[in-house]
Write a protein that binds this ligand. Structure first.
Ligand code: CTP
Ligand code: MG
Length: 335
């Protein structure tokens, strides 16, 4: 398998870079958005510390990993000693407190895989999800943020891919398509595999950061300012990379055998992960290894029907970037 594969990229692909960059710029959250977000966090912190002075709030997800857009929700993790109570009781109490402090449409969703309190901040229009003690998410948020600082093309590529996935309806985990987090991992893995490489494998370097969460050791090299020139030898533009990304997922990835792993910085096999057969509802039709929770396949929610939809979307995008006169608009047409 090679990076360029059997299809040669059109010679004028570079002419689409400016258009793609302006889409990327338009997705970035504004100053106003950021300050509204921090006001929301401040008032949330006040409400929480009145009741639980020792609790801590952490931001995670796209409001903290730098892959956020002006449409992103705010993900918050409450770090707290649950003691003898239960997580559900705590969430119900949290919802009560927030209602008392005049937050809008507060709802405790306790039946979800990750139980949360969800609320809508009417002032800013933000939707905000609060979960309890999900510190692995806090750790992987830092990992993504650190990768984003190494080469600017990761932010460009991942923002555009996330935007595309939302508009094309393939970013809905409750319907069996992939999470934003999964798409960012796919972009990191892809840039680790370019020739010359655009991103290193931070978990393969001498560790400078350690955080232990639920017996899982999250260790990696986080002094990323030392790696700012890492991808400099590779001159590919966002247009070439976006084409190659879709081309890879449409025509080159071996869905029967391959697992992408940013932890290893390479493709590994389903066989070595024991992900070759369906266990319960986990079908492993597209395999994306979580960098820390290595038994977790981010693709496990994908089923026979949605894998077909996702692959058709990759093919559509690859073909459009290859042949259309104006791919910067056709690519993002809502489905
Ligand atoms: N997360 C996780 N495991 C998953 C899904 C998500 O650990 N299977 C955590 C990650 O820390 C991720 C965060 O939850 O960064 C939020 O996930 P998601 O909403 O998919 O990503 P965002 O980056 O917040 O994207 P969006 O802008 O679409 O909100
Ligand atoms: Mg989010």
């Amino acid at each position: 398998r090679t990076n360029t594969g059997w299809m040669e990229c059109r010679h004028d692909i570079g002419t689409f870079a400016p258009g793609l960059l302006s889409i990327y710029e338009s997705l970035k959250p504004s100053e106003d958005h950021m300050s509204k977000q921090s006001r929301l966090i401040d008032s949330l912190t006040k409400s929480v510390s009145k009741e639980w002075p020792n609790a801590q709030l952490h931001l995670y997800g796209s409001c903290a990993n730098s892959f956020g857009t002006s449409h992103s929700d705010v993900d918050v993790c409450l770090e707290i000693d649950i003691g003898t109570g239960s997580e559900v009781e705590l969430l119900l109490r949290l919802a009560e407190i927030l209602r008392g402090d005049n937050f809008d449409s507060v709802e405790a969703i306790t039946s979800a895989r990750v139980p949360i309190v969800r609320m809508l901040d009417a002032g800013s229009g933000f939707s905000c999800d609060i979960c309890i003690n999900n510190l692995l998410a806090v750790a992987n948020t830092k990992l993504l943020k650190d990768y984003a600082q190494i080469d600017g093309r990761l932010l460009q590529l991942a923002s555009i891919v996330k935007h595309w996935a939302k508009l094309r309806g393939v970013n809905e985990t409750y319907r069996g398509t992939l999470s934003s987090y999964a798409y960012v991992l796919m972009c990191i893995s892809f840039l680790q595999l370019r020739e010359p490489k655009i991103l290193p494998c931070l978990q393969a370097l001498e560790p400078t950061y350690t955080m232990v969460v639920d017996d899982i050791e999250c260790v990696y090299f986080d002094e990323v300012h030392q790696l700012r020139d890492f991808g400099a030898e590779n001159k590919e533009t966002i247009a070439e990379l976006l084409w190659a990304f879709f081309h890879y997922w449409a025509f080159q990835h071996d869905y029967r055998k391959d697992v992408i792993s940013i932890r290893m910085g390479k493709i590994i096999s389903k066989k070595e992960k024991n992900w070759t057969t369906r266990i319960g509802n986990d079908r492993h039709l597209i395999c994306i290894e979580d960098p820390f929770e290595t038994g977790h396949d981010l693709g496990r929610i994908v089923d026979r029907q949605t894998i077909r939809i996702i692959r058709e979307e990759f093919e559509r995008a690859a073909v459009m970037l290859q042949h259309d006169d104006d791919p910067c608009s056709t690519l993002f047409e809502p489905y």
